[in-house]
Design a binder for this molecule. Structure first.
Ligand SMILES: [Zn+2]
Length: 105
């Protein structure tokens, strides 16, 4: 009881088609799992600190001198004569960052 040759070819083609469908579904499912895993890991420590920095800057205190036009970190050597604390946001409006101690901008 053999099938005619034409029927054998048809069933072989059908099987191949199913194999492709199953493979595609497997790829989609696996890809979705991998993507969701990657999405959970997306917040990298480096990126988080970059985002957090602008918020911190408002709280940063920098120092200016009575006569200078720069603002400085507290440890800068240019602050030996006078050391006037100032919020970074105010200092930025009137002063330039010191090139020696490189305060936050
Ligand atoms: Zn300085």
């Amino acid at each position: 009881m053999e099938l005619p040759a034409e029927e054998q070819v048809k069933s072989a083609k059908r099987r191949a088609a199913w194999a492709i469908v199953v493979a595609v579904i497997a790829c989609v499912v696996l890809g979705g799992v991998l993507l969701s895993q990657r999405a959970e890991r997306t917040p990298e420590p480096g990126r988080q600190s970059e985002i957090a920095e602008p918020d911190d800057n408002d709280e940063v205190t920098v120092y200016v001198t009575r006569t200078g036009t720069k603002y400085h970190r507290g440890s800068c050597r240019y602050l030996s004569r006078s050391k006037i604390p100032m919020k970074l946001s105010k200092a930025k409006a009137r002063y330039h960052p010191c090139r020696v101690c490189k305060p936050p901008e």
